[in-house]
Design a protein around this ligand. Structure first.
Ligand code: PEP
Ligand code: CO
Length: 450
């Protein structure tokens, strides 16, 4: 699709510098796994990826809002039907809050069913007296603080594929098989959320939806025959970091002849791998999925325009989502020049706000955390910047879990640094818990309504 079309292939990234790749100890073992992966069924179909591009096209045009949410890093251990269901529940709750309160359709994309690889700021980590290779996500190595656990194991690529496959299977069942039916809007509220102020506010909104559905029925509208009330379109996404895995999952679509990375509907490039001359941008330039790219506080307008040209030369609305992660204190000055440059160049992008990764710090006691207030402040700054430039604040990208964890500080329940240790369960970055997530959705819907 790009001007480099003639030279692109699923493996052409291999001629470019590829940063953040695992140091696989045994090339032959890696090759054997990748060979096997190339024969395995795709996890998603090209038509689904095109449907997501179309939906994101509505976001790019200012007619819809993107909610992209899920784990920082999915885990091979914390893998259960309940965990998948609870994550889906809180995302459905947030989407209902956003859609009902703002009247804008919400495009739902999970950081799920493939989010197993992590970029790291440092290749090593010091635990006690040990200097160990960093944990790089369960697709690569294990989090346990031993030398042996940190050795990259290519068999983990296969495990990641299989876990993605069964996660996606359950998500499809839940979202198309009745669980996501709007008539069940009350049942998505978990007990620990329902007992809080945010949960009560959600209950009230759910009752209003019930009343609206009864009203439609009373007017003679056959609500049982409307699939849009009973099913939800839910898409998957992850950071496509380990390029060998992504290449092996890349297939040519039999309908169009175009290439798609069939490991997820949407994939994104991280802040550490968005070099214009690097391997990740090369790989992403040739697959036809909707793609995202993180944009941090050091990104220049020229770099961002370069990404637009490389990743979306045909200017297809919905193809490219720019996910800004500036930090609450940097967004108001840093974002407007980028918005103006992209707007003036006529590039149709989705702008999404990741209010998590620019606001991380280590609290007393050593836990990596974020303040709920900083997260809200970055989102408010994101909306203010878009208001100033006349562009559409297209969505939010957040790390959350359906569980009652204590990983982010503050929120209505006022989690303090002394509380962090009580239920700190993430393998990587701190996530919003169910209450904080619903609270955030109400705050965003108020910004959207304005
Ligand atoms: C992430 O999304 O978990 C992440 C590592 O983000 P970034 O690339 O923006 O640092
Ligand atoms: Co993260």
């Amino acid at each position: 699709m790009s001007s480099a079309e003639s030279t692109w292939s699923p493996g052409s990234w291999r001629d470019k510098p590829a940063v953040q790749q695992p140091d696989w100890p045994d090339e032959a073992a890696l090759e054997a796994v990748l060979k096997q992966m190339r024969t395995m069924p795709p996890l998603v179909f090209a038509g689904e990826a095109r449907a997501l591009t179309e939906s994101l096209g509505h976001v790019a045009n200012g007619e819809a809002f993107l909610l992209q949410a899920g784990d920082c890093a999915e885990s091979f251990e914390a893998f259960s039907a309940d965990a998948i269901r609870d994550k889906l529940k809180v995302i459905l709750q947030m989407a209902v809050v956003l859609t009902y309160s703002s009247g804008v359709p919400t495009v739902k994309v999970g950081r799920i069913a493939g989010q197993f690889a992590k970029p790291r700021s440092s290749p090593t980590e010091t635990v006690g007296d040990l200097v160990l290779p960093s944990f790089r996500g369960h697709m690569v190595n294990d989090v346990a603080p031993t030398e042996a656990a940190r050795v990259p194991d290519p068999n983990r690529l296969l495990s990641a594929y299989h876990q993605s496959s069964s996660t996606l299977n359950l998500l499809r069942a839940f979202t198309k098989g009745g669980y996501a039916d709007l008539a069940r809007v009350h049942t998505w509220n978990q007990e620990f959320v329902a007992s809080s102020n945010e949960g009560q506010r959600y209950e009230q909104l759910a009752s209003e939806i019930d009343r609206a559905l009864r009203f439609m029925k009373a007017c003679g509208i056959n609500t049982t025959s409307l699939p849009t009330l009973h099913e939800v379109d839910f898409f998957t996404s992850h950071e496509a970091l380990v390029l060998g895995y992504e290449e092996a999952m890349t297939r040519r679509d039999s309908l169009t002849g175009d290439w798609y990375d069939c490991s997820a509907h949407m994939i994104w490039i991280g802040e550490r791998t968005r070099d214009l001359d690097g391997a990740h941008v090369e790989f992403f330039s040739g697959v036809n999925n909707p793609v995202g790219c993180k944009v941090g506080p050091t990104a220049t307008a020229d770099e961002v325009l370069g990404l637009c040209e490389r990743l979306n030369p045909d200017r297809i609305p919905g193809r490219l989502t720019l996910i800004t992660r500036m930090g609450a204190d940097k967004i108001e000055a840093g974002l407007p020049p980028l918005l103006a440059a992209v707007r003036d160049a006529g590039h149709p992008v989705v702008w999404a706000c990741d209010p998590m990764h620019g606001n991380t710090f280590t609290a007393n006691g050593g836990h990596k955390t974020r303040r709920f207030d900083d997260i809200l402040a970055e989102i408010a700054g994101f909306f203010a910047a878009h208001d100033a430039e006349g562009t559409w604040p297209g969505g939010v990208h957040v790390e959350l879990t359906g569980d009652d964890v204590t990983e982010c500080l503050g929120g209505a329940e006022e989690i303090l640094d002394t509380d962090l240790a009580s239920r700190y369960e993430t393998m990587c970055d701190p996530r919003l818990n169910g209450r904080q997530s619903v609270d955030l959705a109400f705050a965003v819907s108020e910004l959207l309504r304005r």
